[in-house]
Design a protein around this ligand. Structure first.
Ligand SMILES: [Zn+2]
Length: 324
């Protein structure tokens, strides 16, 4: 839809296990534990890594919870279809944006401009069936030159049907107890509320409030970590002032901004940035004080979420298909 890039944020971060982490591989190894950590070949050896999709999924579900706390309409549930909501009416409010576009357009792809405009805030940032999303996560690899420890542990498989202790079976799993991963998040053409929501969700993860991977309720998946660098890139000649951060709406012509539901006033003044070496055609700034940015932008975020309403056509579709 937007054929140009106006701004971009890149957040580099690292984390290590506070409690053991296990990101399950889909494969069992020939010998060893029943459940193993996902690995990749690097520098001639197999190493554990955390797929970007796992990081994105964790951030998304946390961001969904934050959004829904403020406004139930602000986050759909990506796996809920109209069909699901027919059999469980409590899901009615949460039918996924993707399923509603599918209902409206059938086999055709919906126009991309409409997809962005009408998608819930969470789909706008993380994507949906018809939209790739503004946020991208990279795979997290073991930090260069650092070590890691994978441990085998006893797991207890509780029978899913009886839940009874009588049918407990022992199995072995492999978890990472020590090691540091580095990764990054990139948001292209961001609105300020999106950068705020991303940083808040990421900080909650790095502070151990949100867990990742297997066994989250059984003492696994808690990390500690830090944001190493947050860089902002701007393209072209329409640059913000040195202490200013501009969201995409501030770069667009009024009509275009209004059409997509962007705010023309998407800017914050008073954040100290320092200029970095330009990268190609991009002007680059580092934002050192992330907490200050969050302080300054959190109102924009909650106002945006509070004001969000699902488009009427989506509500009508749900009503027609499911009824009262
Ligand atoms: Zn959605």
């Amino acid at each position: 839809m937007l054929k140009k890039i106006y701004n971009e944020a890149v957040i580099d971060f690292e984390f290590s296990p506070d409690l053991p982490i296990l990101i399950k591989s889909g494969y069992k190894e020939v010998t060893g534990p029943d459940m193993v950590f996902v690995k990749t070949m690097r520098n001639g050896e197999f190493e554990p890594f955390v797929p970007g999709s796992s990081i994105k999924g964790m951030l998304r579900s946390h961001a969904e919870r934050i959004a829904r706390t403020i406004n139930g309409e602000a986050a759909c549930m990506p796996y809920v279809t109209i069909r699901n909501a027919k059999s469980d009416k409590s899901l009615k409010e949460y039918v996924s944006c993707g399923d509603l576009f599918k209902k409206k357009y059938g086999k055709e792809d919906p126009p991309t401009s409409e997809v962005y405009r009408d998608s819930c805030p969470i789909c706008k940032l993380f994507g949906s069936k018809y939209f790739i999303g503004r946020l991208e996560t990279s795979d997290a690899y073991i930090k260069q030159g650092s070590t890691f420890t994978l441990e085998e542990r006893d797991g207890i498989a509780i029978d899913r049907f009886t839940g009874g202790a009588a049918r407990r079976a022992k199995f072995q799993l492999q978890a990472l107890s020590q090691g540091t991963f580095t990764s990054s998040i990139r948001i292209r053409n961001f609105e300020l509320w999106q950068l705020a929501l991303t940083l808040i969700s990421l900080k909650d993860f790095l502070n151990g409030f949100v867990r990742i991977g297997y066994g989250k309720s059984r003492g696994f998946g808690k990390v500690k970590g830090t944001i190493i660098d947050t860089s902002l890139y701007y393209f072209g000649s329409n640059l913000p002032e040195k202490n200013e951060i501009k969201g995409i709406g501030a770069f667009l012509k009024k009509g275009e901004a209004v059409f997509y539901g962007y705010s023309k006033e998407d800017r914050i003044i008073g954040i100290d940035l320092h200029e970095k070496e330009p990268v190609g055609l991009r002007t680059a700034y580092a934002m050192d004080d992330i907490d200050k940015f969050i302080d300054y932008s959190v109102n924009k975020l909650s106002e945006y979420l509070k004001r969000w309403k699902r488009p009427q056509w989506m509500k009508d579709k749900i009503q027609q298909s499911i009824g009262g």
